[in-house]
Design a protein around this ligand. Structure first.
Ligand code: PAF
Length: 281
């Protein structure tokens, strides 16, 4: 596996990989890799001849007071996992290579970026859309894979790809969960043992709420009950619990189409997100 930090070296390496007509999959990450990321890599390897993974802790998607400086960085361990999984290239640009002096462009996807995490993290999805469009232009992959755990991010990127005529396919990969149901996340590493134990109640509250919704319970009442259940488990606050159209993420007050239950909640100093499918009967 080549570890590349300069764009001109990357372009040359990719043109070598593609010289015999091979296809390329991109797995964009911010590192601190866990089994959820590795699932993206394994799925990518099944669908393309070569896998390129990127690691870049993107400063423009962190708001003021968020965890940019504390975000876990472990490139050596990540590189080992990627090498063992057969990744051809690890693209790990420096911040200066990604955003050179004078950089002034931002991509903003309206509609689907608003509300949910876009409401509690203003500017976050502009940062994501901008860096991912740069990664797409740098790597020019045939496909790119993203976890469904960041469901709004996936919806934003699908919209961006349609709107800006990128020719790649975006593949969403189901969330990988720990033995007790907690969605894997690099941020789980921040949780104390006590908070980690309480965190299992987050997916549990969502699952129990979904069972009620699919049984025909009132949406507003059920969302309030889910929030109360999360708070009772020891979470400090709930940013949102919302039932949304599974495609465009517009909020629903009736379960009359394929939907997604999405939530973000804070425990200790950590903000966790999760989402699950909800199906009308
Ligand atoms: O999901 C992530 O890890 C990041 O948001 C991404 C897509 C790599 C962009 O920085």
């Amino acid at each position: 596996m080549q570890i590349i930090r300069q764009l001109n070296t990357l372009k040359k390496a990719i043109s070598d990989l593609r010289s015999n007509g091979s296809t390329v999959a991109l797995v964009p990450t911010m590192g601190a890799l866990h089994a959820g990321h590795m699932q993206l890599v394994h799925d990518a390897a099944k669908q393309a001849n070569h896998v390129i993974a990127s690691i870049f802790v993107n400063p423009t998607q962190f708001g003021e007071g968020e965890d940019l400086d504390a975000y876990p960085r472990q490139e050596e361990a990540d590189a080992k996992l990627l090498r063992e999984a057969g990744v051809a290239i690890l693209w790990a640009p420096t911040a200066e290579e990604m955003y050179p002096h004078g950089y002034a462009t931002s991509i903003s996807v309206s509609g689907v970026s608003m509300g949910l995490c876009g409401g509690s993290r203003p500017g976050h999805f502009d940062g994501v859309a901008t860096v991912v469009s740069k990664l797409f232009n740098q790597v020019e992959p045939d496909i790119a894979l993203f976890g469904e755990k960041d469901y709004q991010q996936l919806a934003v990127l699908r919209r961006m790809v349609r709107d800006l005529d990128f020719t790649l396919d975006i593949i969403g990969v189901p969330t990988v969960r720990d033995h007790d149901g907690l969605a894997l996340s690099s941020r789980n590493a921040y949780l104390s043992a006590q908070d980690r134990a309480a965190a299992t109640h987050f997916p549990k509250a969502l699952r129990e709420g979904i069972a009620k919704l699919e049984d025909g319970a009132d949406v507003a009442t059920t969302l309030r009950e889910i929030e109360a259940q999360i708070l009772a488990a020891g979470f400090k606050s709930v940013d949102y619990v919302s039932l949304c159209d599974a495609d465009n993420l517009r909020e629903l007050n009736r379960l009359d189409r394929p939907a997604r239950l999405l939530s973000a909640a804070r425990i200790g100093a950590t903000r966790l997100i999760d989402n699950m499918a909800v199906n009308p009967s």
